[in-house]
Unconditional design. Structure first.
Lengths: 141, 156
C-alpha cells in the first residue's frame, strides 16, 4: 500500500487501537470458553485386585449393601422404593436417600443392578447422583 | 517567534493528514497473534484424548475432572441403534465382542501395572453389552474402571 508523500507519513506505533482490538478479542474468547463442553469422569471400583494378597484372611465386614435397581424403562428403585421416573434426570429423591445413608456411617457399599435393557445414560444418571452424595464404594452387581 | 512557527507547522500537518493512508502495521498484528496463541495454549489440555465423533456421551453434571494417570486404555463403545448392537474400538481398531479385547487389556496391564480402563460409551448402550465389557476388563485383571461423561449438553 504505497502512499503519496510517505516521507512524512510515518504514523508510528499506535497502541490505543491495538489495545481496543485485543480487549474485544479477549472478551469474545472469554464468552465462548465458558460455553465449551468438557469431558468428565465417573469411576467405580471392581471387587478384588492387585492389592488382595493370596493367603491373607479377610473377614468380611458386616455391612448391608445398598442396592439400586434400574429397569428397562428407566425407573430407579432403591430398597424396593421407587425414587425416580424415566424423565427425572437429576433424581433428587435418590440423592437425598443416599446422602442420608452416607451420613449414618459411610461404609456401606452401593451396588447398582441395571436390567439388561437399561440405557447407559440412565446408569450414568444414577452414578452421577451417587457421586454428588459422596458415595465411596460403588460397584455393579 | 519559535512557538508561532511550531504552531504553524502543526496546523499544516493537521491539514495534510487526511491525504495519507496509514501503512500496514505489523507490530500490533504480531501482538494479537501472540495473544491468540496464548489463549489456545491455555485451553487445550496436555493429554490428547481419543475422540470419536460417533459417540454421544451421556451428561453428568456432578462428575469429576479427569485426573492424571500413569496409563490408561481408552475403550470407545459405539452404539448402532438400527440393530441395537455395540461396537468396541481401542486405538482405532474395531472389535465386535468384548471378549476380543481381553488380550489388548492384558498387554496394556503388563506394560503398566497401574493401567486403568476409560470407557467412553454412547448414551444408548444397553447394560447387557456393558456388563460383558466389565466382565472382560475383570478377566484381564484390571480393577480401575472409569466412565466418560460430559459436564453439560452439547449446544446445538
Amino acid at each position: 500500500m504505497a502512499s503519496v508523500g510517505s516521507e512524512d507519513g510515518d504514523v508510528g506505533f499506535q497502541i490505543a487501537p491495538m489495545v481496543d482490538v485485543v480487549f474485544v478479542l479477549m472478551l469474545f474468547f472469554m464468552a465462548s470458553a465458558g460455553q465449551q463442553v468438557k469431558e468428565r469422569e465417573l469411576s467405580i471400583n471392581l471387587p478384588g485386585g492387585s492389592s488382595t494378597q493370596a493367603g491373607t484372611r479377610r473377614t468380611p465386614p458386616a455391612v448391608t449393601p445398598i442396592i439400586i435397581e434400574i429397569n428397562s424403562e428407566g425407573y430407579v428403585v432403591i430398597n424396593n422404593t421407587q425414587v425416580g421416573g424415566p424423565d427425572d434426570k437429576r433424581l433428587p429423591q435418590l440423592r437425598d436417600q443416599l446422602t442420608l445413608m452416607m451420613s449414618m456411617g459411610g461404609e456401606d457399599p452401593v451396588i447398582i443392578r441395571p436390567s439388561p435393557d437399561a440405557r447407559h445414560e440412565r446408569i450414568m444418571d444414577v452414578l452421577n447422583a451417587a457421586a454428588s452424595s459422596n458415595v465411596q464404594k460403588l460397584t455393579f452387581g | 517567534m519559535a512557538s508561532k512557527h511550531k504552531a504553524d507547522k502543526r496546523r499544516k500537518e493537521m491539514r495534510n493528514a487526511p491525504e495519507e493512508d496509514p501503512e500496514f502495521q505489523i507490530a500490533p498484528m504480531i501482538d494479537i497473534l501472540l495473544v491468540l496463541l496464548v489463549f489456545f495454549m491455555s485451553i487445550s489440555s496436555t493429554e490428547v484424548l481419543q475422540v470419536n465423533q460417533n459417540i454421544n456421551l451421556p451428561v453428568a453434571a456432578d462428575a469429576k475432572a479427569p485426573k492424571d494417570n500413569v496409563g490408561q486404555v481408552i475403550v470407545n463403545v459405539i452404539w448402532v441403534p438400527l440393530n441395537d448392537i455395540g461396537i468396541l474400538e481401542i486405538n482405532d481398531v474395531k472389535y465386535n465382542t468384548p471378549a476380543e479385547i481381553i488380550p489388548v487389556l492384558s498387554n496394556a496391564l503388563m506394560r503398566a501395572p497401574q493401567t486403568r480402563v476409560l470407557i467412553r460409551a454412547d448414551r444408548g448402550v444397553r447394560y447387557a453389552f456393558l456388563r460383558q465389557i466389565l466382565k472382560a476388563v475383570g478377566d484381564a485383571q484390571i480393577t480401575s474402571i472409569t466412565f466418560s461423561v460430559m459436564d453439560k449438553e452439547v449446544p446445538r
